[in-house]
Design a protein around this ligand. Structure first.
Ligand code: TNX
Length: 501
């Protein structure tokens, strides 16, 4: 009969699919991954052994195992039964600086890499194979990891996130949370936009009024405040432990009213002439307007100010980079300023980064340009960080019509797919970075809503080769991360096309 035929066909279909057991959803997608049939069962007692240099990753792995039933011991040694971490600088040739090999057999989980970072990333991959519940509670049910062989390394060296703490202040607690979440998706740069018209957010000891006066403001409805140098250093250490470099930005010569009101001698004319809403004596600025303030480029003294500020920033910054801003300004002496600021940065032993406008000037070839409109006519060929607004401006709406978001770049906003489908054809691209500007981001929840899940899509753009990417496959994996994001207390936007678990 007809129904019998259907039954047979149905069973054939089922048995054809049977071996396809659910595999863990790994994001970003690894370069090579070979799942096997069998499992590794986590024992009641296990050992984490590590060689010289792998102490910190061993501690991270130990921390991961803490929320399981196993009792694990860490010890120096090689190839133990259990978990084995091997740091070998010679692996850089095959795996690159940040790559790793993860091999799970019936009795051994073995991880090798050329650096601490590589081992750390291998541990993040492993973490995604454990039940989501380990993120915030002790799991007592038996844990089975699928046997697998993974060889993985990132596409780009620069995988960044940017938070504007100038328009609206976000302090150490939120920044650390953000670093935790970034680390889970193998991001390695956090760019802090520390200064803008509305607020100055970093202590500069030789220019105390920057924080005494300049930090007191914020965009309307936003929070004021600033980071002391001690807090900045603590954040930086927290980031370094997660293999993330802090990239501080002092936005110059525009976007600088919070410094001008503190030190009016840096300005050319009466404030009331350039911005009628500002009376004399100068008041704080709470509006959205951009591109109206600037250091007076005709006054040589401004370079003392620039050197002092950048000097202190270089002193407290362990990373290689100082971001000098350079966006949204028209001035006859703009190019001269950029060249001088870049040379000050190089004199301090750091590499400058600037918004793409800086490439109109004859800057040194070490400078890195951060591309956001793609419209600048560059006269120099530099390395490029891709932050093109139509893919990476997460202050824009998640879906068309989302309330209280920017929309100047793309009316409909920046969808998850817009982010995911970004591709660079530029051989000078060193990576990607997505900013959250905070004119309209006034709370931690709002910041979460803008960052997540689009930052996860960007993480895969930054890590995975184009041929390993597929949007449908990505949103399936992303849906599997919903519970984990909930347990990590991420107030992510529930993108409608994703089936959140
Ligand atoms: C443009 S992007 C800016 C920021 C604003 C942002 C809002 C860039 C280099 N400058 O000052 O916050 O648009 O989307």
């Amino acid at each position: 009969s007809v129904s019998l035929v259907f039954l047979v066909l149905f069973q054939l279909g089922l048995s054809a699919q049977e071996p396809e057991a659910e595999k863990p959803a790994i994001i970003p997608q690894p370069a090579e991954i070979e799942w096997k049939e069998d499992f590794f069962t986590l024992q009641e007692r296990t050992v984490v052994c590590f060689n010289s240099g792998a102490e910190a990753p061993a501690a991270w792995l130990q921390r991961l195992l803490k929320n399981t039933y196993t009792q694990s011991y860490t010890m120096k040694g090689e190839n133990c039964n259990g978990f084995s971490l091997n740091l070998d600088p010679n692996l850089e040739e095959t795996l690159g600086k940040e790559g790793y090999n993860l091999d799970i057999s019936s009795s051994v989980v073995s991880l090798e890499a050329a650096s601490e970072a590589g081992l750390f990333y291998g541990i993040q991959t492993l973490r995604q194979m454990f039940p989501a519940e380990i993120e915030n509670e002790k799991v007592s049910e038996e844990i089975k990891l699928p046997q697998v062989a993974i060889t993985d390394s990132p596409k780009y060296e620069w995988r960044g996130s940017m938070l504007d703490i100038a328009r609206s202040f976000f302090g150490p607690d939120y920044i650390k949370k953000h670093l935790d979440r970034m680390a889970f998706y193998k991001l390695n740069r956090l760019h802090l936009h520390l200064t803008d018209d509305q607020g100055w957010r970093i202590e500069i000891k030789q220019k105390p009024k920057l924080t005494e006066l300049g930090s007191k403001g914020a965009v309307k409805g936003g929070r004021a405040g600033y980071l002391t140098q001690e807090e900045y250093k603590e954040i930086q250490e927290y980031a370094a432990a997660r293999n993330i470099v802090i990239v501080p930005e002092i936005d110059m010569p525009g976007h600088i009213y919070s410094a001008l009101m503190a030190y009016p001698e840096l300005n050319c004319e009466e404030f009331a002439n350039i911005e009628p809403r500002l009376a004399t004596p100068p008041q704080l600025f709470h509006e959205y307007t951009v591109g109206w303030s600037k250091l007076c480029l005709d006054k040589p003294e401004i370079y003392d100010f620039v050197a002092t500020v950048l000097g202190e920033m270089a002193e407290i910054t362990t990373g290689d980079y100082l971001h000098i801003g350079g966006d949204e300004i028209e001035d006859e002496r703009y190019k001269e300023f950029v060249v001088k600021a870049d040379s000050i940065v190089r004199g301090l032993g750091k590499v400058s980064i600037g918004w793409e406008e800086v490439t109109q000037a004859q800057v040194d070839s070490t400078l890195i340009s951060q591309r956001w409109t793609g419209k600048t006519k560059s006269i120099v060929n530099t390395r490029v960080i891709e932050s093109i607004c139509s893919s990476f401006y997460f202050d824009h709406a998640n879906i068309p019509g989302q309330e209280f978001t920017n929309n100047w770049c793309q009316e409909r906003g920046v969808s998850l797919k817009d982010t995911y489908n970004f591709k660079s054809k530029n051989p000078n691209t060193i990576g990607v970075e997505a900013p959250v500007w905070t004119e309209m981001v006034l709370s931690n929840e709002a910041a979460d809503d803008r960052f997540w899940p689009r930052t996860i899509a960007m993480a895969e753009v930054g890590w995975s080769e184009d041929e390993n990417k597929d949007y449908k496959n990505f949103i399936n994996r992303l849906g599997e991360h919903g519970l984990r994001l909930d347990l990590l207390d991420v107030h992510y936007f529930r993108t409608p096309e994703v089936d959140w678990n």
